[in-house]
Design a protein around this ligand. Structure first.
Ligand code: 5GP
Length: 130
């Protein structure tokens, strides 16, 4: 069965899309640690990031770089933190998280909640900077 993220890529499950190209896809994390928390994934469903082909792993990072620059312009911050866990969803994803301080990156922090309109506004702000 396809992962929840493959179903998002296929448009079967809605998301707040930030960007896509032929190989990669970026969308807002539904349980954000901070405003602008974005996930970047390869469209090809591979559970573990270090099982990606070399060019796909490199391409994913170049795609993430483009998203991170747009996030930083949309939501001024110290820097964009990057993390890979994959403990919950078995489809490679990079978390891109606008950081004001180190503790913004603690995955044990309580998550924020936004209305659908707020999520859409956040995604649009990042898209405007691409
Ligand atoms: P991880 O696998 O990196 O430990 O955690 C998975 C991440 O994906 C979590 O931050 C969670 O909020 C996010 N996530 C899980 N399911 C969905 C979903 O259906 N839509 C979106 N946008 N994010 C999800």
């Amino acid at each position: 069965m396809a992962s929840i993220f493959s179903r998002i890529v296929a448009g079967e499950i809605p998301c707040y899309k930030v960007a896509e190209d032929d190989r990669f896809f970026a969308f807002l994390d539904i349980n954000p640690m901070v405003k602008g928390h974005t996930l970047v994934i390869p469209k090809r469903e591979v559970d573990y990031i270090f099982d990606l082909e070399d060019d796909e792993l490199a391409g994913l990072h170049l795609f993430a770089k483009r998203i991170a620059k747009a996030q930083k312009a949309a939501f001024p911050c110290q820097r964009i933190g990057m993390a890979v866990l994959g403990m919950e969803v078995p489809h490679t994803h990079i978390h891109l998280i606008p950081l004001q301080k180190e503790s913004d990156m603690l995955f044990s922090n309580p998550k924020l909640s936004f209305t659908p309109e707020e999520f859409e506004e956040i995604a649009a702000k990042i898209r405007e900077q691409l």
